[in-house]
Design a protein around this ligand. Sequence first.
Ligand SMILES: Nc1ncnc2c1ncn2[C@@H]1O[C@H](COP(=O)(O)OP(=O)(O)OP(=O)(O)O)[C@@H](O)[C@H]1O
Ligand SMILES: [Mg+2]
Length: 340
Amino acid sequence: MSIIEKAVDKLRSDDPSASKKDQQPVDAAGNSRYLKTDQHSLHQEALAPTPPSPATEQSKTQQPKTGLEPDSSAQREELIESEPPAAKPPDVEIMALNLDGIMTKDAHRSRQAEEMRMIKRPILQSAFGKKHKPSEHSNLLMVTSAIAGEGKTFTSLNLALSIAAEMDRTVLIVDSDLAKPGLSRLLTIGSRPGLSDYLRDEEKDIGKLLLRTDIPKLTVLPAGSRHAHSTELLASNRMKQLFHELAVRYPDRIVIFDSPPLLVTSEASVLASFIGQIVLVVESGKTAQHLVKDALAQLGSTENVSLILNKCKKGFLSTQMGSYGYGYGYGYGSESDQKQ
Ligand SMILES: Nc1ncnc2c1ncn2[C@@H]1O[C@H](COP(=O)(O)OP(=O)(O)OP(=O)(O)O)[C@@H](O)[C@H]1O
Ligand SMILES: [Mg+2]
């Protein structure tokens, strides 16, 4: 044994961490975490760096490099070749659900898709245009209506799909109708933990509740488990902090809240007070004018309120509705349009 080999042996026997290979963090397959190089494990470490143990720190400062450390680049390259990272399937497969009237990839030229484009343009302009201020939460959008069944969930999801098709925008759609979680039901994620669980449990991490979809730039937050006091949950300080976090952390992301109706519960008014933009869906030919007026009165200021006239049989309308900002028609269209 040469002097150098003896010195290396001695250093190894002096260092308690060197002989305890099985104390290193390992992945599910039993590989040392330091050896893993796929994006997922690197990302995990970047998110939650493991504090170095005193032994590791000591070895970093005192040990000379022997070239035998587990993270040597030669071994890392070998691992890259032998273990290609497995692609994780999305949590929600919206396309496979084949939902009636919900815009699929093939529907991009339909009249419905064109109407959605007209609707989303001013919304995106208000959210990200020159005049927008992140502090005003202009990238948070609430979809509500005066009464139940006017098409809030349908509009929220189609709008989300349309915005996710934009080059440089990502979308988070939140089922904030905690009492009647129509979006979670539609996407078959009603049993998954979500917003209400986050609001009830200080330990919950919002990142772990977000579900990836098969639409690359669309993420969903389910409503979560039922709770008798949903208004109180939505009015809580934790919800206020969440709104702020969602608005400022990813400034190029739009967050759509599929919300309860204004005249049926108090939850929608609570939500509205934290949101930068509000879309009021009005069911054409059904919702009485006085109900729309009452709903607008509940919102107080109408500066950031847009109206969408939904289920409009006469086709697309683009009308100013009094002094209440934008007016849109968003219709069923003709039979042939619906089939597209
Ligand atoms: N523009 C539209 N074209 C075709 N169908 C629509 C349209 N808007 C809504 N619908 C249909 O109308 C029904 C009610 O819509 P939706 O569930 O979106 O209403 P909602 O306002 O979310 O109801 P709730 O108040 O119960 O949450 C659904 O069956 C939906 O598919
Ligand atoms: Mg709904």
